[in-house]
Design a binder for this molecule. Structure first.
Ligand code: ADP
Ligand code: MG
Length: 301
C-alpha cells in the first residue's frame, strides 16, 4: 500500500479504537485466515471473582491458614491471585511473612512458611507434589468447572516429609465472558476465518467458555511457550495467523504471529510486543482491524 493509504488506515484505526504501530500489520491483516485467542482477559473480562472458598480443615485452622493463603496470592501478579486477595481482604486476617516464594509458570505459586511448603494452583501443581484429590472433591470441582469457573487448590506438604501432604481448600473463581466476545467470534467465522482459543486453564473450564462464545477449536493447559508453538504450527501449514492476547504469557505467541493484537487493558509486555492494540479491549475490533487492512491494500489496486 502507498504511504498515504497507510496513513489513512492508521487514522481510521484510531477512530475505531485500534492503535496500529506498524504498516506491516495493515498490509498483512487481510490475508489472515486463522485467529488465535487467549481466554483469560481476552475472551473473558479478566476480572475474576472468588465465588466459593471451601475449606477442608476446621474453622480454627482455616482462619489461621487464610493468612498464609493471603500472603501467597498477595505476592503473585496473576489475575486469579488478585481475585483471591480481594476476597481475603474482607476476612483473611493479616497476611503472614513468608520465608520463600516461587511462581510456577502456568500452574500456580508455592512458598515456604515455618518449615512447611504451601501451594496454590492447578491440579497439575498438586500432582507435581503428589497430592491427590478425593473423589468427592473431584466431583465438586467438575461441577464448578462446567459452570465455566476456574478451580484452584490450596495445599501443604513438607520437604522432609514431617507434614502429611494435604489439601486445605478448594477455591472457585468466575471470570465472565465479555458480552462482545461471541459476536466477534461469529463475525470472524462467517468470513471463513478459523478461530482458536488457547488457555492455561483446565479442559472443563475451557470447554465451557468455548461453548459460551461459539468456538469449536480450543486447547487447554497450554504453557506460554506452547502458545507460540501452536501459532508456529499453523504457520507451517501455510496459514496466516493473528494472535490476540493480553498477558505476559501471551507475549511469545504474539511475537511469533503474523499479526499481533494486544488488549488495551492487558499487561505492558503484551502491548509492547504486539503491533496493534485494541484500546477498548473489545474483540469486535479484531474483524474491524482485518477489514481495515483489506480496504487499505485495495486502495492501491
Ligand atoms: P491463562 O492462559 O488462562 O491466562 P495461565 O497460564 O496464566 O492461564 O494459568 C494457568 C493456570 O495456572 C490457572 O488456570 C491456574 O489454575 C494456575 N495458576 C497460575 N497462577 C496462579 C496463581 N497465582 N494462583 C492460583 N492459580 C494459579
Ligand atoms: Mg490472558
Amino acid at each position: 500500500a502507498t504511504p498515504t493509504a497507510i496513513m489513512v488506515g492508521v487514522g481510521k484505526g484510531a477512530e475505531n479504537n485500534i492503535l496500529i504501530k506498524d504498516a506491516e500489520s495493515l498490509e498483512l491483516g487481510y490475508k489472515v485466515n486463522a485467529v488465535v485467542l487467549d481466554k483469560t482477559g481476552t475472551l473473558t473480562e479478566g476480572k475474576p471473582v472468588v465465588t466459593d472458598l471451601h475449606w477442608l480443615v476446621s474453622q480454627d485452622e482455616a482462619s489461621r491458614l487464610a493468612a498464609v493463603l493471603y500472603a501467597l496470592e498477595a505476592q503473585s501478579e496473576h489475575p486469579l491471585a488478585n481475585a483471591v486477595t480481594e476476597h481475603l481482604k474482607v476476612n483473611g486476617g493479616t497476611p503472614v511473612r513468608l520465608d520463600t516464594f516461587e511462581s510456577v509458570t502456568g500452574k500456580g505459586v508455592t512458598a515456604r512458611y515455618e518449615g512447611v511448603t504451601y501451594l496454590v494452583g492447578s491440579r497439575n501443581l498438586l500432582a507435581e507434589h503428589a497430592i491427590s484429590l478425593p473423589n468427592e472433591l473431584e466431583q465438586q470441582a467438575l461441577q464448578l468447572q462446567n459452570q465455566a469457573k476456574t478451580v484452584i487448590f490450596f495445599a501443604r506438604t513438607s520437604p522432609g516429609g514431617n507434614v502429611t501432604p494435604s489439601l486445605l481448600a478448594l477455591i472457585a473463581i468466575a471470570d465472565p465472558v465479555k458480552v462482545t466476545s461471541r459476536q466477534a467470534v461469529e463475525t470472524l467465522q462467517r468470513r471463513g476465518i478459523d478461530v482458536y482459543m488457547l488457555t492455561g486453564d483446565n479442559a472443563q473450564t475451557a470447554a465451557a467458555v468455548a461453548q459460551q462464545v461459539g468456538l469449536a477449536h480450543y486447547q487447554a493447559e497450554v504453557l506460554p511457550a506452547d502458545k507460540a508453538g501452536f501459532v508456529k504450527k499453523l504457520q507451517a501449514e501455510g496459514r496466516v495467523v493473528a494472535m490476540v492476547g493480553d498477558g505476559i504469557n501471551d507475549s511469545q505467541a504474539l511475537a511469533q504471529a503474523d499479526v499481533s493484537i494486544a488488549m488495551g487493558k492487558g499487561s505492558d509486555i503484551a502491548i509492547d510486543v504486539a503491533k496493534m492494540t485494541l484500546i477498548t479491549s473489545d474483540l469486535t475490533s479484531v474483524p474491524k482491524a482485518l477489514q481495515l487492512s483489506k480496504r487499505t491494500v485495495q486502495t492501491i489496486r
